[in-house]
Every structure is written in structure tokens, then in C-alpha cells.
Design a protein around this ligand. Structure first.
Ligand code: UD1
Ligand code: CA
Length: 490
């Protein structure tokens, strides 16, 4: 069945809680796994079932949370929860932001349950609709149900209600089926039942869970969908749980890509964010992290020990032991080992940035090579140019950044320094150690180092008695050359 056939009227995501156990200045739901905030995962799962309205209920750190929500989903409906505590109050205030005559299915989820998928939500809604339920709750069987609301069932198995852990008897606490906190409700049943929910319980909160008993007592069908995938209903309350959920999310992402034809040599040391896109026959070597919106073309080989952040990598490119951010590596290009490519590095097809090279805001044309030991910033390089070992662009005069433009088929010698702004024409050469301060026309050779002056016999005359002088003297004798002033040494 298509997701759309059962599109709910609204999804309400509860995100008002403080999350004190994170011990963080940052609201719990803004903590990230898989490169996305927990509430970002909640919104993505909700969007996947195409609700007509998506509501988020906020309170703790309201401004910061709302800013984040609007950034990821500008048309999210924000509902503010007042000082009355509890999940029931939160949903009630979510409903207040919707049309009071709203009909159909209202789904409730949490902002801190990051592994929940659209697929499981769709299953919940489909069962709810096809069975004509008033309430359908998503449940799971846990070995340790401590803290959770327990699912109460009659002898015939029908769901009669939910008892919160703190309100439960010993017998009820032995029940292993727990409330995930994720539900599908009939909109009108939800609205009228919430009007009857009170705060008379162990925690003095308006319990959303009370809606089940109320719905049943007024003749509604209450049922459960039991998931065998307990990860999908697990929340993160502290950083230990957050890390465990992050690891499991990563395991799922890696499994998805391996099944899609990506080779991951060592899944235990590989981390891939949820928004990364990979083609088949990509190979990921150990110790690799792919973050943000990184996308990698077929036959590319990444790693070992490589971190790519929001970087596009073309077909057949190779990146070894390097760190690359917000960049483009075209097809057939090679990077590393030990390259540090900062934002806006655009490496052309079959081009190369080699060992111990740093770049920033640079365009490198097809087949050009920056093979060893250098820095290039604010630079444009044409095609098939070879940048010698140890070249530096001096792009910063202490106040402003300036550009270096180097043409095609240029050969720069070792240790050339380009003092920007400066332009090197096509087919030009530089000499070793050149400090290029003036433009070099096409086809020219630029030398800036003074011609070498050699003073014969200098060591023996100026450093008499030294080991160097002894060595020079011996070398002269061995090769039958008159050591010259060597006599003066003796
Ligand atoms: C709730 C359920 C419990 C279930 C458990 C699953 C109730 C009364 N109990 O427990 O049956 O097993 O979830 O995790 O619903 N929130 C608000 N406003 C509030 C209170 C909570 O928005 O006033 C949000 C929180 O931010 C969180 C979610 O609701 O995302 C659940 O709150 P939490 O306090 O963790 O759940 P419990 O009430 O302990
Ligand atoms: Ca909880």
C-alpha cells in the first residue's frame, strides 16, 4: 500500500521536555546522531507519511528549538505548551493549533526517538485506518520495562489501557509490553478524551495514556501494533543511550549501502551520516567517516582513515588518509595521503593533490598535479599544469586575501612562492625557490634567486681545524686536486 493512501491529517511531535539527564546546555532533541538532530530524525519520519500538517510542541529552550525546527522545516506548525505538565497537555496544545473541526487520523510521536522510520509509522496508520480504531498504540516487548508505561490487556487480549510505571502495582510492573509513546488517534476521539484527562496521578501530570481508557469506555476500539524492532521506539535520555542509538543507526545505514552494492571493508570503523549518497561499486576502507551531504560516484575508493564532509566525489576518484570539506573531487582525481582540503576545493578530472598539501578556495583543471608539500589558497590553475614540491601561495597580506591565477601546461619548480595577486601565463616556468611577485607572461621563465657564487677552498681557509675542513682536505687529496690553501691549515 502506498504511504499516501493513509496520509494522516496531522503528526504532532512532542518536543517540550527538558532532557535533564543529558547534562547539557543544549536541548536534548538538538543532540545529533547520524549527522542529524534527534528532532530532525523525528520530522523526517513524520514527513515520510505525508501528513497534511506537521506540528511540534515546544517549551524548554523554546527559541533555540523553534529556530532549529524552522530551519529544517519552514512550514512546521509551532505549538507552545504552558505550565501544565504531561504528554496529554502537550498533545492538547498541539491540537489547539489545528482546525477544531479536524477529522481523520492524528499521529503522535516524540522528538527523542531517532530510529523510528516512516515505514513503521505507515504500518501503524494503515492498521489504525483499516481496523477502524479510535486509538492504535505502538508497543514493544522489552526484557527490562522499568520506567515505561505498561500495556494493559483483557483476558481476550484486547488493549484496555496503559499504566504508568510510577502508578503501577507489582503485578502490572511484571508486564513486559510497553507503550512506545507513539500512537494513531481518531482526531475527534482524541480531542474529546483529552478534555476529560486530569492530573490526578503519581506525577501530577496530564497523561496522554489516559486517553486509551477514556476512548474505550465511550465505545471506541483501542488496539496495539506490536513491533519486533524495539530500536525504533527507543528514546535517548542520556549520552550513553544516545551513543548506543547512534551506533545502531550507523549499523543500519551501512547495511543499507552494502545491500545497494557498496563495499565497506570494516563496518566497525566506518561512519556514514544519514544524508550521504553512494553509488554502487564504491569502496570504503577502514577508518572512514562520511558526513553531511557527501555524495560519491561509482568505482571511487575512499580511505583508509579519511573524513569527507559535504563533498562530491566523481567516478573512480581515490582519496587516501585525507580530510576534505565542502569540496568537489572530479572523476579520476586522486587525493592524499595526508591532504587537507578545506572549503571550495574544486579538483578537476584526473587531477591530483598529493601528500601533505593544504588547499582552500581553489580550482584545479583537468590533469593538473600538486603532488607534494604545499599550500594553495584563492587560486585558479589551468589544465595539465605541474606545481612543484613545496609551492606556496602567499594569498594573505595581513589585511586582505588575493588571488593567484596559473595557466595551463605550466611547470613551477620546487619551493616557488606566489605572492598574490599574481598571474602566470600558459606554458610558463619558474625556477627553484622563485618568489614570484610580478606576473609571468605565457611561455616565460621566471627566476628570482640570485645566481650562485662558489668560493673554492672556502671551508679549509675559513673553518680551519674543523671536521668539515678535514673532510674537504681529504677529498682533495683523494681526487688528486691541490688542496690549495690547505697548507696554511697545517
Ligand atoms: C511516556 C509515556 C509512557 C511511555 C514513555 C515512552 C505518558 C504519560 N507516558 O513516559 O507510557 O512508556 O513515554 O518513552 O505519556 N513531553 C512534552 N511535554 C510534557 C512532557 C513530555 O512535550 O509535558 C515530551 C518529551 O519531550 C518527550 C515525550 O513527551 O519527547 C515523552 O516524555 P517523557 O517524560 O520522556 O515520557 P514519560 O512521561 O516518562
Ligand atoms: Ca522518555
Amino acid at each position: 500500500m502506498s504511504v499516501h493512501a493513509n496520509a494522516p491529517a496531522a503528526v504532532i511531535v512532542l518536543a517540550a521536555g527538558a532532557g535533564t539527564r543529558m547534562k547539557s546546555a543544549k536541548p536534548k532533541i538538538l543532540h545529533e546522531i547520524g549527522g542529524r538532530s534527534m528532532v530532525g530524525h523525528a520530522l523526517a519520519a513524520a514527513e515520510g507519511i505525508e501528513p497534511q500538517k506537521l506540528v511540534a510542541v515546544v517549551r524548554f529552550e523554546r527559541e533555540r528549538v523553534v529556530e532549529h525546527l524552522l530551519q529544517i522545516k519552514p512550514d512546521v506548525v509551532i505549538a507552545d505548551q504552558d505550565e501544565i505538565p504531561g504528554t496529554g497537555r502537550a498533545v492538547q496544545q498541539g491540537l489547539e493549533q489545528l482546525d477544531p473541526e479536524i477529522e481523520g487520523t492524528i499521529v503522535v510521536t516524540y522528538g527523542d526517538v531517532p530510529l523510528l522510520t516512516s515505514g513503521l509509522l505507515a504500518e501503524l496508520v494503515a492498521t489504525h485506518d483499516s481496523d477502524g480504531n479510535a486509538v492504535t498504540v505502538l508497543t514493544a516487548l522489552l526484557d527490562d520495562a522499568t520506567g515505561y508505561g505498561r500495556i494493559l490487556r483483557a483476558e481476550d487480549g484486547t488493549v484496555t489501557g496503559i499504566r504508568e510505571h510510577k502508578d503501577a502495582s507489582d503485578d502490572e510492573r511484571a508486564i513486559r509490553e510497553v507503550n512506545s509513546g507513539i500512537y494513531a488517534f481518531d482526531a475527534q476521539v482524541l480531542r474529546s478524551a483529552l478534555a476529560e484527562v486530569t492530573t490526578e496521578n503519581a506525577q501530577g501530570e496530564m497523561y496522554l495514556t489516559d486517553v486509551l481508557g477514556i476512548a474505550r469506555s465511550t465505545g471506541g476500539r483501542v488496539a496495539a501494533v506490536v513491533t519486533e524492532d524495539a530500536w525504533q521506539v527507543e528514546g535517548a535520555n542520556d549520552r550513553v543511550q544516545l551513543a548506543a542509538l547512534g551506533k545502531e543507526m550507523n549499523r543500519r545505514i551501512l547495511e543499507k549501502w552494502m545491500r545497494a552494492g557498496v563495499s565497506i571493508i570494516d563496518p566497525d570503523s566506518t561512519w556514514i551520516d544519514v544524508e550521504v549518497a553512494l553509488s554502487n561499486d564504491v569502496t570504503i576502507k577502514p577508518g572512514t567517516q562520511l558526513h553531511g551531504t557527501t555524495a560519491i560516484g561509482t568505482d571511487a575508493v575512499i580511505g583508509p582513515d579519511t573524513t569527507l564532509t559535504s563533498t562530491q566525489v566523481g567516478q573512480g576518484a581515490k582519496i587516501v588518509r585525507s580530510d576534505v570539506t565542502d569540496s568537489i573531487i572530479a572523476e579520476g582525481a586522486t587525493v592524499g595521503p595526508f591532504a587537507y582540503l578545506r572549503a571550495k576545493t574544486n579538483l578537476g578530472p584526473d587531477a591530483k593533490i598529493g601528500a601533505f598539501y593544504e588547499t582552500k578556495n581553489i580550482v584545479v583543471g583537468r590533469g593538473s598535479k600538486l603532488s607534494h608539500l604545499g599550500y594553495s589558497g584563492d587560486t585558479e590553475i589551468g589544465e595539465y599544469t605541474n606545481i612543484g614540491c613545496g609551492n606556496i601561495t602567499a594569498n594573505y597580506d595581513g589585511v586582505n586575501k588575493h588571488r593567484t591565477v596559473i595557466g595551463s601546461h605550466v611547470r613551477t619548480a620546487s619551493n616557488t612562492v606566489f605572492v598574490a595577486p599574481v598571474t602566470i601565463g600558459d606554458g610558463a616556468y619558474t625556477g627553484a625557490g622563485a618568489v614570484v611577485r610580478k606576473n609571468v607572461p605565457a611561455g616565460a621563465l621566471a627566476l628570482s634567486v640570485a645566481p650562485q657564487r662558489t668560493t673554492e677552498g672556502w671551508t679549509i681557509s675559513k673553518r680551519p681545524g674543523s671536521a668539515a675542513a678535514e673532510a674537504a682536505f681529504k677529498s682533495a687529496l683523494d681526487s688528486g686536486v691541490n688542496p690549495g690553501s690547505a697548507d696554511q691549515v697545517k
